[in-house]
Design a protein around this ligand. Structure first.
Ligand SMILES: C[S@@+](CC[C@H](N)C(=O)[O-])C[C@H]1O[C@@H](n2cnc3c(N)ncnc32)[C@H](O)[C@@H]1O
Length: 394
């Protein structure tokens, strides 16, 4: 059963002042655990996803709780920040998410091909295709030539999958294309629109076009893919033990062995703040995925969230070895008036988990905070609030 341990202070090597206090007997450590500066982490992390955390968060806990070859797991992998960071630190990465899109974004970056192989493959892919009637409304985002290039790419992936030839180079190209579909600069395939992690509707895009007086300019899709590939690969590639990616709900981890994980670093959906289906509709279109295949949980209220997180913690307590850790990040929502970490602490009481501490990383806002797609300090997260749980011996 759970106990609150008088724990020793965590190994804090970062700069800055830390405030330590006890709240209801739980040690809270508040300060700047990792720096708020931009572009601190490895270049392979530079893809966008709603509600992603910065690589420094998993890096901190991986460094503190594991050694090379240990197994690190994230059941809500999103863009794959935890598994990628684990691989970069030579840990074995296992990751899952209810969204198949997550797997498409994360997996290729753990085993990237060389730029030359990407260029050679792109040279083989047709640069135009017939646009089906149903795809014509997408000209709100794309010049017709650009759309024809995207349809040709989609057709290529479909053919390669059908023939069994789809390989890690195709996987990489699809991942980069998914990240360039829409955005606010000329590095994206679309005309100017919202940031890439949150596609607006076609009607909303038409309004944006009207307001900006724009018609989407033509783009060279293959060139932009090569440019982004070079940028992602500029810091090198991981040299990691084999990784594993699975599409799975966090409450159903039967595919993962009991006691097989040394550390979990994760962050679940925070109530219903993000709608992963509607935000990702354009990426789902490109990936030929059916939105109905996304069984993402968007708890409508705190009771639903508690029930969902309770079941997730039961599943995690089974797969983490005794003495292993779970760093469970809950962010800060409703301007800090709803301390979700307290809910996690309460749920852990009935499980073979000991609350080690709550680490609150207070940051000065930087551009990455906009991955929430909301204005800073208004509805987004002001800090990372991480409940650190240790698996008891049973
Ligand atoms: C806060 S995001 C995680 C972001 C991740 N830490 C990153 O850096 O990209 C939450 C993730 O939970 C996933 N998700 C939602 N419901 C789920 C469920 N029932 N089981 C597993 N994953 C789920 C969403 O698809 C989303 O990717």
């Amino acid at each position: 059963m759970s106990a609150i341990r008088q724990q020793s202070a965590p190994a804090i090597s970062q700069t800055g002042q830390f405030v330590r206090e006890r709240r209801d007997g739980i040690p809270y450590i508040i300060g700047e655990f990792w720096t708020a500066k931009q572009r601190q982490s490895h270049s392979l992390h530079e893809i966008s996803y709603r509600a992603c955390f910065k690589a420094e968060l998993p890096e901190y806990f991986i460094k503190r709780f594991t050694k090379p070859s240990d197994t690190v797991f994230d059941p809500f992998m999103g863009r794959g920040t935890t598994p990628l960071q684990a691989a970069l630190m030579e840990r074995k990465a296992i990751a899952s998410d209810a969204s198949p899109l997550s797997l498409l974004l994360a997996r290729p970056r753990l085993a990237p091909p060389a730029v030359e192989a990407i260029e050679a493959r792109l040279a083989l892919i047709p640069r135009t295709a017939r646009i089906a009637q149903r795809d014509l409304p997408l000209t709100a985002f794309y010049h017709p030539d650009t759309l024809a290039q995207l349809v040709a790419l989609k057709n290529w992936f479909r053919r390669r999958t059908g023939s069994g030839d789809f390989d890690s180079i195709d996987d990489w190209i699809r991942m980069v294309a998914l990240n360039r579909l829409s955005g606010h600069s000329s590095g994206f395939f679309s005309g100017r629109t919202m940031p890439p992690n949150q596609a607006v509707s076609i009607a909303a895009q038409k309004k944006i076009n009207q307001r900006l007086g724009q018609t989407p300019p033509p783009r060279a899709v293959a060139d932009l893919i090569i440019r982004k590939s070079r940028s992602l690969l500029r810091d090198g590639v991981p040299n990691a033990p084999r990784s594993r990616f699975v599409v799975s709900e966090s409450t159903r981890l039967g595919w993962l062995k009991r006691d097989s994980v040394d550390l979990v670093v994760t962050s679940p959906p925070f109530l219903n703040i993000v709608d992963y289906k509607s935000d990702n509709w354009l990426r789902l279109w490109f990936a030929d995925l059916n939105p109905e295949d996304l069984t993402c949980t968007t708890p409508a209220n705190l009771d639903q969230w508690r029930s969902f997180i309770g079941k997730t913690l039961v599943a995690l307590a089974r797969v983490v070895r005794s003495g292993g850790y779970i760093a469970f990040e809950v962010g800060e929502i409703r301007n800090g008036s709803l301390p979700l970490e307290k809910e996690v602490i309460a749920l852990a009481q009935n499980l073979p988990l000991t609350v080690n501490s709550v680490c609150i990383n207070k940051q000065i806002f930087t551009k990455t905070s906009n991955c929430w797609g909301v204005s800073n300090n208004a509805h987004g997260t002001n800090s990372n609030r991480v409940v650190v749980l240790e698996r008891n011996a049973v």
